[in-house]
Design a protein around this ligand. Structure first.
Ligand SMILES: Cc1cc2nc3c(=O)[nH]c(=O)nc-3n(C[C@H](O)[C@H](O)[C@H](O)COP(=O)(O)OP(=O)(O)OC[C@H]3O[C@@H](n4cnc5c(N)ncnc54)[C@H](O)[C@@H]3O)c2cc1C
Length: 382
């Protein structure tokens, strides 16, 4: 994506102010990268996808991909902010004119943050249409009850997109109907029906359990039409997959460069370990895999930006890039030997961070199931 080289250079320059020491200190404390996010916001990168009329840059998804990829390639972590890029699509595509005018300028200037996306629940897991959280319309409000799990960044976000059932599953023709999307003002809701409980995970990810007990949400915060929410969420999933795939490409490139540099410098048996084919071939193999994945990401982003159906490409991009980043992580760890396990080189931190993308936001199995059914016309396996 050479056309966005100026953006890439600017992101790289910004990331230089946030070296490994910064991320290691946060990781030890499981603390949020507030200064990094503030710098990204000031530079306008988190408003990349917001149209210019609302104060954003109005850039295509391909540009957002470059931003997230470069953050990862510089050893930083965009997991603290990437949701704003893909949740935005739901408001842009399905929000009312009033909702866009109310929220987008504030999101563009950084006065508000939309970083939380509450879909997953403890009892439903991957089977999203089985969620139990229910929103009942009473007058001008919806009263919401339920529970979410792994709602990332909720403590550090002002707004959350929340998926809830508005018609019971047994009363709809298809299980995908009867779900609705709400924009929740977290700051106003905490203590008044919403509570958050952090979950400590193997990497620094600021994820939460969310408990919802008679939360009153104004009906004006419903996005689009009631009962049509699953379609809205699906619309933003292609963007999410392509953006996360870009992050994985960035991670893979970071691991590959880190491993190649170390292999050239580390001398054992009187020569650099990189002289050994057993060290250099895995690096070369993963380099090829990462570059192939990057091409699929570019293809998917170009199709998305051209408003073409891109479900297969978005899923393949996510699959290939997440596999490349995880293989690169394992290869880098092996290349570093014992030192890969120490914190000072950041390999173990990035290894833990990139592992997530085999599971979230969509697991590898679900992508394979999608390709089997929708592209290869095999029977649905679940
Ligand atoms: C750090 C972190 C951050 C997250 N952030 C968010 C967030 O911000 N918002 C949000 O809504 N969710 C978030 N998630 C949730 C994430 O999307 C889910 O964990 C993921 O979708 C899988 O759901 P589950 O964990 O319940 O696994 P389960 O659904 O219990 O599945 C367990 C395993 O079984 C496999 N499996 C299940 N069914 C099938 C099948 N039919 N065929 C083959 N394999 C199958 C799955 O692929 C998975 O590997 C996050 C998760 C983590 C760990």
């Amino acid at each position: 994506m050479e056309e966005f080289n100026d953006i890439r250079r600017a992101v790289k320059a910004l990331c230089a102010n946030f070296p490994g020491e910064y991320w290691r200190a946060l990781d030890a404390e499981r603390a949020y990268p507030t200064a990094f996010i503030a710098a990204l916001t000031r530079a306008g990168f988190l408003a990349a996808l917001i149209p210019e009329e609302y104060g954003g840059s109005g850039l295509p998804l391909a540009a957002a991909c470059v931003i997230l990829e470069e953050i990862q390639a510089q050893g930083c972590n965009s997991a603290a902010c990437h949701a704003q890029m893909y949740t935005m699509g739901t408001i842009l595509l399905h929000g009312s004119a009033e909702q866009k005018a109310r929220f987008l300028p504030l999101l563009a200037c950084g006065a508000l943050r939309l970083q939380a996306f509450g879909v997953t629940e403890p009892s439903s897991g991957t089977d999203t249409t089985a969620i139990q959280t229910f929103a009942r319309r009473i007058g001008d409000d919806y009263i919401i009850n339920g529970q979410k799990v792994f709602t990332s960044r909720a403590e550090h976000s002002d707004l959350m997109l929340l998926l809830a059932r508005t018609t019971p599953r047994e009363q709809v023709d298809h299980k995908r109907e009867g779900l609705s999307v709400f924009l929740i003002n977290i700051r106003e809701a905490v203590g008044y029906g919403l509570s958050l409980r952090p979950i400590r995970t193997m990497m620094n990810h600021s994820t939460c359990e969310v408990f919802i007990d008679n939360l009153h949400v104004p009906a004006m915060n419903l996005i689009g039409e009631a009962d049509k929410g699953f379609r809205y969420i699906l619309d933003s999933m292609n963007a999410e997959r392509i953006l996360i795939a870009s992050e994985c490409v960035g991670d893979a490139r970071w691991f590959i460069h880190k491993a190649a540099d170390y292999a050239r410098e580390r001398v054992v048996f009187g020569r650099s370990i990189g002289c050994n084919q057993g060290i250099q071939f895995p690096i070369a193999r993963i380099y090829a895999a990462a570059e192939a994945a990057a091409l699929m990401v570019q293809k998917a982003a170009a199709m998305f930006d051209a408003h073409q159906p891109c479900g297969a490409e978005a899923n393949m991009a996510k699959l290939l890039a997440a596999e490349a980043s995880w293989q690169a992580a394992d290869m880098c760890m092996q290349t570093y030997g014992g030192y890969g396990f120490t914190e000072q080189f950041d390999v173990e931190r990035k290894f833990r961070e990139t592992r997530l993308y085999q599971v979230a936001p969509v697991s590898t199995n679900m992508i394979l199931a999608y390709l089997a059914k929708h592209v290869l016309h095999l029977p649905q396996s679940y």
